[in-house]
Design a protein around this ligand. Structure first.
Ligand code: TYD
Length: 223
């Protein structure tokens, strides 16, 4: 498994140096079947072709350790607090090993899901205590948030149709439509709380139309 630094890096467990932060951090959100992967692929290609230092990563996962935790979170039954702790444990490792070093060297980090997913899935979807999630977020991220988040908003019924022919569902993909309605409501609440950072893209249209909407939103913000 490739990752940006080895677990024996001295920086593990210590805060990053006070180097100027020049990189940019873009995350992508949406319920399963929203189609975000297609658009992350296109942006990654475009920015790499433009010569940018792009780091493409994902959550849960993004490091060898966090990918192991991902396997557990997606496939092993567990209680809601255990699930939240494992997700944030993976996030801690991912931030220290990959995201923070990349931002410090000026890279563009494209992250397929980040903490907004935890508030949407564990918080709104499962009904897990939001205050506990906020506490974990503070411990783990110490203020780090994406500079910009694109939320691919799609009705659960449409997403379910798109997923119907897909592979074996994981623990989340197997949830019913009511669960994804709550997850979407969770994302909507994030968008209303932080409209500058958290942008809604209408994903219930053709791939081309969604790509144009993504372009327009990014261009409007100088990306
Ligand atoms: P996803 O990233 O969509 O991967 P794939 O496209 O390979 O299925 O799936 C990850 C799942 O994990 C998704 O159902 C959402 C869920 N998830 C959470 O419940 N909480 C989180 O904090 C994150 C990051 C993901």
């Amino acid at each position: 498994m490739e990752h940006a630094a080895t677990p024996s890096t001295p920086a593990h467990g210590t805060p990053p140096d006070a180097a100027p932060l020049r990189g940019r951090f873009l995350s992508f959100e949406g319920i399963d079947g929203a189609g975000k992967t297609t658009h992350i692929d296109a942006l990654e290609q475009r920015w790499r072709a433009a010569g940018l230092d792009v780091v493409r990563t994902r959550e849960p996962g993004g490091t060898a350790l966090a990918e192991r935790l991902r396997e557990l979170v997606l496939h092993q039954p567990m209680d809601a607090l255990t699930e939240a702790l494992l997700i944030f444990a993976g996030r801690r490792d991912h931030l220290q090993q990959v995201i923070e070093p990349a931002l410090h060297r000026g890279a563009l980090v494209l992250c397929d899901r980040f903490t907004d997913a935890t508030f949407a899935y564990q918080g709104a979807g499962r009904g897990f205590d939001m205050a506990t999630l906020q506490q974990l977020e503070q411990w783990v991220q110490q203020g780090r948030q994406p500079d910009l988040t694109l939320w691919f908003d799609i009705p659960p019924a449409v997403a379910a149709e798109r997923l119907a022919s897909a592979r074996q569902p994981d623990r989340f993909e197997a949830m019913d439509q009511a669960f994804f309605e709550r997850v979407n409501a969770g994302y909507r609440a994030r968008q209303q709380a932080e409209p500058q950072r958290f942008l809604r893209i209408d994903a219930n249209q053709s791939v081309d139309a969604v790509a144009r909407a993504v372009q327009a939103e990014l261009a409007a913000r100088g990306w």
